[in-house]
Design a protein around this ligand. Structure first.
Ligand code: FES
Length: 381
């Protein structure tokens, strides 16, 4: 294998401050075995990570979880990130953001809040998160506006809410959102467990795209709408995390540094911890970050594909989950020998009624289910 290319700086530092979360979303991207990983870095360690990230050249700092508002030191972390010159972004369910906390975070210098909703209806929002949070989220949306933050609403889209897309966009507009991210579910972690319930049909997707385009034409720049395309339906691989180890550096709650937030499930690959190594060592020299950099690690059909520089073989985590080989072509690509697994999953989902498969119920993300399923995610069989 040729030497991986020397990367530029990690422009995006994602600090996953905690896996604790009051919600139990069925599509959560936290590891299925999160309950086994319950240690969290202390405040001083996070502040050091921020400093080291900035010295490396990181400019964006995402603060996520779990629910980052569960950390009592969030204001301290935000203030240090601001002092260092990061653009800071809080990714939250809104639980824990009252007017006083919002004012404190604003005073600490927080630049941007991304608020998640599960749906435009109270019933589906509360069902999917297994909590009564719809009213609270509406209150939080107003608090965000009152603080003068740009309002960024994020809604994960899947088969159970995609037909509400018209009302979801209308709701975001009524709340004064400047940006709406309609993020089609990516099938990792809990979403992978629940895939047969969550995958939409082709018809649902086409309809959702048409509705979104009509709203874009109507609203123009007043509300920017991002429709994150679902790769299961595209036949083309995405350049996941903009290329392994090329731009994103995630630090998990326990300090494990990762090129993407699900990479820890990949077998045979050790990821260093920020308590034992500097971010510089981790970014430039660790095996975990170097393994899938560039194109030298590729095998066929990627190695000779004329798209290899564009998509970098797609997503390593998806290759592992679907083809049982993290170095394989991402099976969402029509050229992958394992592409039939994706086609079959879409067909299977379409064959189920709106209620989803009866053989197995939805699995909610909670510590009890996490402990019950506490082995690394089993790839597709
Ligand atoms: Fe891990 Fe795509 S999610 S490489």
């Amino acid at each position: 294998m040729t030497q991986p290319p020397r990367p530029g700086p990690p422009l995006w530092l994602l600090a996953e401050l905690t896996y604790r979360c009051p919600l139990h979303c069925v599509f959560c991207f936290n590891p299925v075995d999160f309950a086994r990983q319950d240690s969290e870095l202390g405040t001083e360690d996070w502040l050091r990570v921020l400093r080291e990230g900035r010295e490396l050249g990181a400019v964006q700092c995402g603060l996520s979880g779990g629910e980052p508002l569960l950390r009592d030191d969030l204001e301290i972390i935000v203030a240090e990130a601001r002092r260092l010159g990061y653009y800071t972004n809080l990714l939250t369910s809104g639980v824990g953001l009252d007017a006083d906390r919002a004012a404190a975070l604003k005073a600490a210098g927080l630049d941007h809040v991304q608020l998640s909703f599960q749906d435009s209806t109270r019933e589906m929002n509360d069902f999917l998160s297994h909590t009564k949070t719809f009213t609270l989220k509406n209150r939080v949306a107003k608090i965000i506006k009152d603080q003068g933050w740009p309002m960024v609403m994020n809604v994960v889209i899947h088969r159970m809410n995609i037909d509400h897309i018209d009302r979801i966009i209308e709701m975001a507009h009524e709340m004064g959102a400047e940006y709406l991210e309609l993020a089609n579910t990516q099938y990792y972690s809990w979403a992978f467990l629940n895939r047969d319930h969550l995958l939409p049909t082709h018809e649902q997707l086409r309809h959702a795209e048409q509705v979104t385009d009509a709203w874009r034409a109507r609203l123009g720049e007043r509300m920017r709408i991002f429709f994150v395309a679902p790769d299961y339906h595209e036949g083309r691989a995405k350049k996941c995390v903009n290329g392994w180890g090329s731009m994103f550096l995630t630090v998990a709650p326990d300090g494990t540094a990762l090129p993407c937030h699900t990479a820890r499930m990949l077998p045979g690959l050790a990821f260093p911890n920020v308590t034992a190594h500097s971010l510089r060592e981790i970014w430039f020299d660790s095996e975990g970050f170097n393994r899938y950099r560039g194109t030298g690690w590729m095998k066929e059909p990627c190695a000779s594909c004329d798209m290899r520089e564009q998509d970098l073989g797609g997503c390593r985590c998806q290759a592992y989950l679907l083809a049982h080989d993290a170095a394989a072509a991402d099976p969402v690509c029509a050229k992958s020998p394992e592409h039939h697994r994706v086609v079959e999953a879409v067909q299977r989902a379409a064959a189920h009624g709106p209620a989803g498969p009866v053989e197995h119920p939805l699995v909610f993300r909670d510590p009890a289910n996490s402990r019950r399923l506490a082995s690394p995610v089993t790839p597709d069989r």
